[in-house]
Write a protein that binds this ligand. Structure first.
Ligand code: PMP
Length: 429
């Protein structure tokens, strides 16, 4: 597999781009080596600058649920572009988007569009603070909610991979309002709220944690958070940037039957274009400008091209049977990985929910941040590179979830499992 062009591009990129990448999760810091540069993508496949083909399990970190460059989505984008790129004024497609999002996410009465997941969560916590008149924000260790100051405290994803879960540059006077508790530990939440509940503006949680590998909520965890918020008058925020439309059409809130007060969305809602959204209970959302005193705005918010890409994507994934098929493929992949591990004598355990999965080199999968970070990261590195050589592109970190698209065929899955078997045989110790 040649990598000459990728290597040359990386060297050129390092001249004027910090670390050669525009987002740190793209660097190969968690696995060693240099990142691969890609030139095109189609369906389940990525093609790099040297024209090597990979089966893609990152799916642009979630958005590409239909696979890359779905022809219907591309057509929408092309048509929309001819009508003007951005108006900075209201358009009909924003109305359509708001109606569909509120229909699919039953906890949302009103929704505001933004341009990234970070903007969605940043705005949601400001709103929760403005609504309650309280400052304290409770989050969970290893959960990632974008890179705004208040949320880069004991964060997951690239911050965890790079060993800076609490970023430099966040003033202590801001970080002091962020309380971090262990994910899936309801007792710790109840203990904290017993003492301090009346000061907590909000709990923000990934209802399925996808930024420290994949950790599902323990039975009763999300329900417990709902109860604690109800008792204390705090706002419950589900960060469904990753899980929205992916673990189920109505997100994790539909899957687990728990209604948050505010939901944040991103990734799939933009169909591959830069989009985020936050929405929820009418009385809370009415605090947002221009209706209320909590300010939030965006030059490109509700961008017509992004709306059209998102609307088309949502219309395709709401077809009957879509999520059943996506889940079945993801399940087959996970079962196959476990079987490959048994054959090679390397313990592999997995979690999968809808079109998300995680795997661990241990007999049982992790249920907590502590367990997720105990894994053998050295072995992960070897496995990652062996899979890359086999033409399978996994997230370059042991602390990220994997993503499957509807374009992944049964043979893509079985080829991946066969590749994993060979990779495990080659790397086992
Ligand atoms: N929340 C969650 C749960 C995420 O996974 C991410 C990004 N992976 C974000 C927020 C931030 O989204 P963005 O990168 O679009 O700012």
């Amino acid at each position: 597999m040649s990598s000459n062009r990728s290597e040359a591009l990386f060297a050129a990129a390092c001249k004027h781009i910090p670390g050669g990448v525009n987002s740190p999760v793209r660097a190969f810091r968690g696995v060693g080596g240099n990142p691969i540069f890609f030139s095109r993508a189609q369906g389940a496949y990525l093609f790099d600058a040297d024209d090597n083909c990979y089966i893609d399990y990152i799916c642009s970190w979630g958005p590409a649920i239909l696979g890359h460059a779905h022809p219907d989505v591309i057509r929408e984008v092309q048509e929309a572009a001819t009508l003007g790129l951005s108006f900075g004024a209201p358009t009909e497609v924003e109305v359509e988007m708001a109606d569909i999002v509120c229909e699919l996410m039953p906890s949302m009465d009103l929704v505001r569009m933004v341009s990234s997941g970070t903007e969605a969560t940043m705005s949601a916590i400001r709103l929760a603070r403005g609504f309650t008149g309280r400052d304290v924000l409770v989050k969970f260790e290893g959960c990632y909610h974008g890179h705004s100051d208040s949320l880069l405290v004991k964060a997951g994803s690239g911050a965890l991979t790079l060993g800076v879960p609490s970023s430099a540059g966040v003033p202590a006077s801001i970080a002091q309002h962020t309380i971090t508790l262990p994910y899936n530990d309801l007792d710790a939440v109840r203990d904290y709220f017993r003492e301090h509940g009346d000061k907590v503006a909000c709990i923000i949680v990934e209802p399925v944690a996808g930024n420290m590998n994949l950790i599902p909520p323990r039975p009763g965890f999300l329900q417990g958070l709902r109860e604690v918020c109800d008792q204390s008058g705090s706002v419950l925020i589900f960060d469904e940037v990753m899980t929205g439309f992916r673990v189920a059409l109505g997100g994790a809130q539909a899957l687990y039957g728990v209604k948050p007060d505010i939901t944040t969305l991103g990734k799939i809602i933009g169909g591959g274009m830069p989009v985020g959204a936050f929405g929820g209970r009418r009385d809370i959302m009415e605090c947002i400008a221009p209706l209320g005193p909590v300010y939030q705005a965006g030059t490109l918010s509700g961008n017509p091209i992004a709306m059209r890409a998102g609307l088309k994507t949502l219309s395709l994934i709401r077809q009957p049977g879509f999520h059943e098929q996506l889940s079945a493929r993801t399940k087959a992949l996970c079962e196959g990985l476990e079987a490959a591990g048994r054959k090679a004598g390397v313990p592999i355990s997995t979690h999968h929910i809808g079109g998300m999965f995680g795997f661990f080199f241990s007999e049982t999968p992790a249920w907590s941040f502590a367990e997720a970070t105990q894994g053998d990261t050295e072995y992960f590195k070897a496995f990652f590179h062996a899979m890359l050589a086999e033409g399978v592109y996994l997230a370059p970190s042991a602390f990220e979830a994997g993503f499957v698209s509807i374009a992944h065929t049964e043979s893509d899955i079985s080829n991946t499992i066969a590749a994993a078997e060979r990779a495990l045989m080659a790397t086992r110790r």
